[in-house]
Ligand binder design. Structure first.
Ligand code: ZN
Ligand code: ZN
Ligand code: ZN
Length: 636
């Protein structure tokens, strides 16, 4: 054990019986604690002057003891204020020494060997020596004569201030507090029902320069806060004493025992910067000692362990062997997915297998509990069920195709993963329990957005395009019109070049677009005259807005903001679409229902959640039907 480690660890008796505390202490970075000047006895963080992330330089004003805590400013907050009140240019102001400094923290009494803090910067003496200097026989002495006088001797320290958070010394014999806390006590004790013992435990630390007190907080919480600060610093995130000081004070005031208790930081009064901080710490603490190996056996995975965000739940898969096999499948599949959609993809596949699972539960006597009993009949039942959902509009043809593909792939992979072998999870799963080519539904003609929406809904959407334009921009409106007219994917429409319209020899209009998903560039799509007119009008607008940019560099749908040359395409318009659809009145669609023996047509509101012009790779665990193709996962 190194000396630094010995100094960094609290006395071993603190450790007894708290395993998590031990875990947290072992996780501490000793160099980081040294950087903070940490000592488990004193429990005060001192912000370093030099550190690429959390370093705070000294204020350059001569005689100013403070640090620059807002790094974009040339001076400390106080000097900035003085400078604004002065008429000096910055360079000159920086040369003028700060005349009066109240000082920071506590300074020692000037009498040699005196262990008490000075009363004020002006007097330079502790309370006792100040009153001694005021006595008649010594009052005539000069400062130097007084300090050298044989009757002027140092006094022993009175000990630390009794406020838990405070690291200053008490100043007088009567009250066991530092000067600042004495003042605070006078004010606080006028409150009805004042409890001095509670006040001692929970009052805040006295604000100083680089120092932030973690005193008066439980050991476990202190260890959590130190670890959180380290983890955040590792991520390159700055942390200012002005943010952390009140945060720590609030934790103390609320007598928080561990960070996990702070479930609603904003509600507890923390600022947005502090909320971000607390959330990040909680995340880092959750991840501490969490491993993919430990996580993979749970039914809900915290994907942070795997380097993603969000959670995935295996709850839709009802039969235990199938659910456990799915976990192995996803665990095996994750490293192959290098993009951000890995989590969505896993969710979609779990939803697909969830539908197979539900089918097994409904169709089989044993509710599908026994893999060896699964058979061809169950596959037929599953594909029929998917067909039924498609015919009733609960899932789109594209989703049916995607889900059937997912299930085929997963069942095949179960074999190559060895899960069907003897003694394994799916032991005895028969070879006929597989989705064959003959089970695959037909490829939908075009699987793009809009195609699956009922005509009534489509008409209503088209009638409200003015509203969309008012809520967003003309570009979003034009993009939506083109999406509806062409049935292409949003990214294909958003990235259209300015010159995307050509004419065939017969004079008909053709849209040239890139199919990014299929890596097929320069695809040709014949379009109607009305759609072509929409494009021409948009070209005219773009030309007028960006007259100097070469047309080859321009976009048909330039992003409205931060786009000085019109070369950046429109990005994700999902949020604007959602807001627009939400703002629309109920969209009524006719539905045929049976009333006794007769069938009648009723108008019912269409579920607006089914309207999404954007591809949504997300499949909700319950397999919420969506009329729009999840194009991010439809071709697997
Ligand atoms: Zn300053
Ligand atoms: Zn003294
Ligand atoms: Zn104090």
């Amino acid at each position: 054990m190194t000396a630094a480690r010995a100094a960094a660890l609290p006395p071993s008796e603190v450790l007894a019986g708290d395993e998590r505390l031990g875990e947290l202490l072992r996780a501490q970075d000793e160099d980081f604690l040294t950087l903070l000047g940490w000592d488990w006895e004193r429990r005060v963080i001192t912000w370093p002057r030099q550190h690429p992330v959390i370093g705070l330089p000294d204020c350059p004003v001569p005689g100013c003891p403070l640090a620059i805590t807002v790094l974009t400013r040339p001076m400390c907050g106080g000097c900035m204020e003085r400078w604004r009140g002065s008429s000096l240019p910055l360079e000159e102001f920086l040369l003028v020494p700060k005349a009066i400094s109240r000082g920071v923290g506590q300074g020692p009494c000037a009498v040699g060997g005196c262990g008490r803090p000075r009363d004020s910067v002006a007097s330079g003496l502790c309370e006792a020596h100040r009153s001694q200097r005021g006595t008649t026989d010594l009052s005539a002495l000069t400062w130097e004569e007084f300090l050298a006088h044989p009757r002027v001797n140092g006094y022993a320290s009175l000990g630390p201030c009794k406020v838990a958070a405070c690291y200053l010394d008490r100043v007088g014999r009567q009250a066991p507090y530092c000067k600042a806390h004495l003042h605070r006590l006078y004010r606080a004790r006028t409150a009805p029902g004042f409890d001095e013992a509670l006040w001692r435990r929970t009052d805040k630390a006295i604000c100083t320069n680089r120092e932030v007190s973690l005193r008066g907080l439980p050991d476990r919480l202190v260890a959590e806060l130190l670890y959180g600060l380290w983890a955040r610093t590792q991520e390159g995130m700055k942390a200012r004493p002005e943010c952390l000081r009140p945060l720590y004070d609030r934790l103390r005031a609320h007598q928080v025992q561990e960070l996990q208790e702070v479930s609603d930081p904003a509600g507890a009064g923390h600022s947005s910067e502090q909320v971000t901080m607390i959330r990040a710490w909680q995340r880092a603490l959750r991840l501490l000692n969490m491993t993919p190996e430990a996580e993979r056996i749970k039914d809900v995975w915290d994907m942070a362990v795997f380097g993603y965000t969000g959670h995935i739940s295996f709850a839709p898969v009802l039969q235990e062997p199938l659910r456990e096999a799915m976990k192995i499948w996803v665990y095996d599949d994750l490293p192959r997915r290098r993009n951000k959609n890995a989590v969505q993809h896993a969710r979609a596949i779990i939803a697909a297998v969830g539908m197979l699972s539900e089918s097994l539960r409904l169709q089989r006597e044993d509710r599908g509990a026994e893999p060896a009993a699964w058979g061809r009949g169950d596959i037929v039942a599953f594909t029929n069920r998917m067909g039924y959902f498609t015919s009733t509009g609960q899932i789109s043809p594209a989703r049916r195709l995607a889900f059937t593909r997912f299930v085929r792939r997963v069942l095949l992979r179960f074999r190559t993963l060895g899960l069907t072998a003897k003694g394994q999870l799916l032991e005895g799963m028969p070879a006929e329990f597989a989705v064959g080519p003959e089970d695959m539904p037909d490829e939908p003609e075009d699987t793009e957005a809009g195609r699956d929406l009922p005509d009534e809904v489509m008409r209503a959407l088209c009638a409200h395009l003015d509203g969309l334009e008012a809520m967003s921009s003309i570009e979003v409106r034009v993009a939506t019109e083109l999406l509806i007219d062409t049935g292409r994917r949003p990214d294909e429409i958003h990235t259209l070049p300015f010159n995307c319209l050509v004419q065939d020899p017969d004079g008909s209009d053709v849209l040239i677009y890139d199919n990014h998903k299929g890596y097929r560039l320069g695809r040709r799509l014949p379009i109607g005259a009305e759609t072509a007119a929409v494009i021409r009008r948009q070209q005219q607008r773009v030309r007028e807005r960006f007259p100097t940019t070469a047309p080859a560099r321009l976009r048909l749908l330039p992003r409205p903001k931060s786009n000085p040359e019109g070369t950046k395409p429109l990005v994700d318009t999902c949020g604007k679409h959602r807001a627009w659809v939400k703002s629309l009145p109920d969209l009524l669609v006719p539905v045929v229902v049976a009333e006794g023996d007769t069938r009648v047509t009723q108008l019912v509101p269409f579920d607006k959640n089914r309207i999404s012009p954007m591809p949504t790779g997300t499949a909700t665990p319950s397999g919420t039907p969506m009329l729009v193709c999840p194009s991010t996962c439809s071709r697997s």
